[in-house]
Design a binder for this molecule. Structure first.
Ligand code: FMN
Length: 181
């Protein structure tokens, strides 16, 4: 079981990345091989065939293809997920995400959290034929949700993220056993 995280924030001190890292570590503890898919430096999707962009996109798509399950994380930007993450998803071919298991994490500055971001990510994930876990994590007031070491500061948040990583491995194994991923 290979679980890779995709962070929709390119900020060096990204709270979304911290949230993903907690979930990813739990997936690793559950026995998955874990890592990150880097989406920085991808070209803009301009509508050409996805295999015509060259080596950067080829490498990105190969990383996605190598994953059994993906953790997608994004900050809420103006009520939705970030443009860089949408661009990365748009650079995937029609079959690249089909049948993959996906877990969702989103962060927001506000008290209301990032439910719109999660819903929009769920909608796009369903559109590309992925299986999206019912469990998901919204992190409100993200600026102070993690300490400098990336540990969750808020009661229950670390456990919620860890459960998402654990469930990703659990259900990923069920799909793999059935030959679906
Ligand atoms: C362009 C932009 C739009 C944003 N829109 C929202 C928003 O609609 N709601 C909200 O709560 N926070 C919004 N934020 C704040 C981010 O969601 C928040 O700072 C997030 O935790 C940043 O994630 P990061 O630390 O992973 O980069 C916005 C930030 C930016 C840069």
């Amino acid at each position: 079981m290979r679980v890779l995280a995709v962070c929709g924030s390119l900020r060096p001190s990204s709270s979304t990345r911290s949230a993903l890292a907690v979930a990813l570590a739990a997936a690793g503890q559950r026995g998955a091989e874990v890592g990150w898919v880097d989406i920085s430096g991808l070209p803009w999707c301009d509508g050409r065939a996805v295999d015509a962009y060259g080596p950067r996109v080829d490498a990105f798509r190969a990383e996605v293809a190598s994953a059994d399950a993906l953790l997608l994380g994004s900050p809420e930007y103006h009520g939705s997920f970030t443009g860089v993450l949408k661009n990365a998803l748009d650079l995937c071919g029609p079959e690249d995400l089909r049948g993959k298991l996906i877990g969702l994490v989103a962060t927001a500055r506000g008290d209301a959290g990032a439910m719109n971001t999660l819903n929009h990510l769920r909608q796009v994930s369903r559109w590309v034929g992925a299986w999206v876990l019912p469990a998901q994590v919204s992190v409100p007031r993200a600026a102070d949700a993690f300490d400098a070491l990336g540990q969750a500061r808020r009661e229950g948040l670390g456990e919620e993220l860890a459960l998402l990583g654990t469930e990703l491995v659990r259900y990923g194994r069920l799909l793999a056993a059935d030959g679906a991923v």
